[in-house]
Design a protein around this ligand. Structure first.
Ligand code: ZN
Length: 165
């Protein structure tokens, strides 16, 4: 395993659509392992393959309850609304207030190609939406109603901690 360089906002690749994963092979497994290592190194809660420069529909998420790998993920159900802080490893030091569904179910394949469904609320629901957006060339700043730099954080009434169930 090796961590990879995170692509930063401004790089054109972040605006491209990622391609469906067809081969569930060693190359994909190495990519997923590297993505997880990269996410943990930078203390993110999620990372999409495009953020390490690979246009494949693969994401990793860990909101504190263990690693989740989603290949070719699609949102199949969502409900409720949450509004809260969001950041991105591709936009270091920047945060924004983004509205997301509070409950999301995704359908995805695992690293071997098996389909499964996973549901999440609050931070996990937010992470599903944020990472799947990356696969379609979108970043959180496109949706944010308020953007601010890390230095401004203490002055803000919103806390960066998203409460979990
Ligand atoms: Zn992101």
């Amino acid at each position: 395993m090796a961590y990879r360089k995170v692509v930063l906002e401004g790089d054109e690749i972040l605006r491209k659509h990622s391609r469906k994963v067809e081969a569930f092979d060693e190359k994909l497994h190495i990519l997923l392992d590297d993505m997880a290592q990269t996410m943990y190194r930078y203390e993110g809660v999620g990372l999409a393959a495009v953020q390490v420069g690979v246009l494949k529909r693969a994401i990793v998420i860990d909101t504190g309850d263990g690693l989740i790998e989603l290949i070719n993920p699609e949102i199949v159900a969502s409900s409720g609304v949450q509004e809260g802080n969001e950041g991105c490893l591709s936009c270091p030091g920047e945060y924004g207030i983004v509205k997301r569904p509070n409950f999301v179910t995704v359908k995805a394949q695992d690293r071997y190609g098996n389909w499964f469904e996973k549901s999440g609320s609050e931070l996990l629901a937010r992470a599903f939406c944020h990472e799947i957006d990356h696969l379609d060339g979108k970043i959180f700043k496109d949706l944010a109603t308020d953007l601010y730099r890390q230095e401004e954080k203490p002055k803000r009434k919103f806390s960066l901690k998203v409460k979990k169930e």
